[in-house]
Design a binder for this molecule. Sequence first.
Ligand SMILES: Cc1cc2nc3c(=O)[nH]c(=O)nc-3n(C[C@H](O)[C@H](O)[C@H](O)COP(=O)(O)OP(=O)(O)OC[C@H]3O[C@@H](n4cnc5c(N)ncnc54)[C@H](O)[C@@H]3O)c2cc1C
Length: 469
Amino acid sequence: MNAIERALLRLERTLGASKVLTDRAACEPYARDESEAEGVVPPGVVRVASAADVAAVLAVCDDERVTVVPRGGATGRTGGAVPVVPSVVIDTLALNAVKDVDRANRTAVVEPGVLTGALHSLVEAEGLFFPPDPLSAEWCCLGGNVAENAGGPRAFKYGVTREYTLGVECALMGGSVVRAGHRTSKGVAGYDLTALLVGSEGTLGVFTELTLRLVPLPGEVRTLVASFATLDDAGAAVAAVVARGLTPRCIELIDDVCCGVMRANDPAVLPPGAHAVLVIECDGRHPGAVDDEAERVADACLDARATAVERARTPEAREALWSVRKVMSRALRATARYKLSEDVVVPRTRVPDLLRAVRAIAESERVVMPAYGHAGDGNLHVNLLWNDDSERPKVHRAIERLFRATLDLGGTLTGEHGIGVLKAPYLAWEQSPELIDLQRRVKAAFDPHGLLNPEKIFAPGGAPSHRGC
Ligand SMILES: Cc1cc2nc3c(=O)[nH]c(=O)nc-3n(C[C@H](O)[C@H](O)[C@H](O)COP(=O)(O)OP(=O)(O)OC[C@H]3O[C@@H](n4cnc5c(N)ncnc54)[C@H](O)[C@@H]3O)c2cc1C
C-alpha cells in the first residue's frame, strides 16, 4: 500500500466512507477546472462537511507526506484547483453554511463553500451589499474568491475581495486550526496574516470560515453603453472618464469580436455598428446624484469620440446585458477548439497602448486575440483562440510577447485569476529572485514539507513554458 492509499484508508476510517471518493469515475472531474491546465485524476477526494474534517485531512496527509489540493467551485482560470501530481483533493462545496449576517456591525460569517451569488442575494435582501462580483458569481465559492483575491467589474469603485475580508479561520498542514483577523471594523494586532492568506491560492492553508465586511446597498444603479468607432477611442475614453474625477462602479470594455459574440447571443443588448463599447455603471443611494454622475460620464465619453451613449432603460434591459456579458468567456470558448484567457493589468492610462500591443501581436503571430474586461482597472482579459495543435508554438510566442508588453507598460501578469499553475513559469519575469525566495520561505513556514497545492505560484524549475499550450 502506498502513502496515498494509506492516507485515504485512514480518512475513510476517521470521517466515514461516504465522505471519501476513490472511484476513478467519481474522481475524474476533479482533474480539471475552467482553465486549460492539464491535471491528473486524483486518487481520492474528500468531501468535507466541517472544519474538523478539513483538519483531519491535513493531519493525516501531513503525517503520510501526501499532497493536498483545496477546491471550491472549480471556476479558476489558472489551474489552482487542478492536481498536477497525484494528491488528495479537498472538496469544500458541502461546507456551505451562512453562519451569521450582522446588520448592525455590517459583517457576514460564512463557510468557504457558500456560492458568491447566494451571499449577494441574501445580504441584498437585508439592504446590505457585498461588492466583490466575479462574473462567475453563480458558480464560484467565497473560499475560492478569498484564495484568489477575486475582483470583478465593481472593483473599479469598491476594490477587491481583500478589502472585504476581515478575518479567516484556516486549517494548516498538520491539522491545527488558526484564526487570523477580527470581526471588528478595525484591528491591527500582530502581522496582518489575513491579508497574506487572501490571495494565497490554497498554498498556505485551507479556509474553514470567513468573516466578511458588508456595506450599505447602493439601491440606485444607472447603466450606460457607449459605442466607439475604434478600440483606440474606447481605450482613450476610459482615461478621460477617470480624469474628470468620476467614479462609476464599473467601466467594462468590449472589443469588436466580443461585441459580435454578445450580439450572437442576444442581438438587442448592444447597439448595431459599434466596433467597441464601454459598459459603464454608476451607483449610489440618491437617485439625483446617480443621474448626475451618469450624465457626466456620458458627456466625458461623447467628448472622447463616443459615437453614441445609450442608457439601459429598464431593469430587464440591464439584466439582459449582464447575463450575456457573464457568459462571454464561455461563448468565446465555443468559437474555437482551444482558448486561453490572460488577465493582465496595466496602469489605466496605458490601456490604449496595451490594446495596440495586442493588435500588433495578433497580426504578426496570426493568432485571434479578442479582448474585453475591467478596463477601468486597466485589467483586460486577452484571449487567444486557435483550432489546430500545430498552432501551439505561435500561441506560446504570442503569450510571451503579451506578458513582455504588459510588464514594459508598468503592469502585472494577473489582476484577479492568480498565478496558479499556468503562470507559475512567468512569476520570475515580474518579481526578483529575492522576493520569490522570501515568498518560498513564507510558504515553508506554513507548510514545511511543501504538501499543500504543490506547483502553484512557484514553478518547480526549468525554462518557461506556458502549461496550457
Ligand atoms: C465565466 C467566468 C468568469 C469569471 N470572472 C471572474 C471575474 O470577473 N473576476 C475574478 O476575479 N475571477 C473570475 N473568474 C475566475 C474564477 O471564478 C475566480 O478565480 C474564483 O475566485 C474562483 O473561485 P472557485 O470557488 O471556483 O475556486 P476554485 O477554482 O475551486 O479554486 C481557486 C483557488 O482557490 C483555492 N481554494 C478554493 N477553496 C479554498 C479554500 N477553502 N481554502 C483555501 N484555498 C481554496 C484552490 O486551491 C485554487 O487555488 C471567472 C471564471 C469564469 C469561468
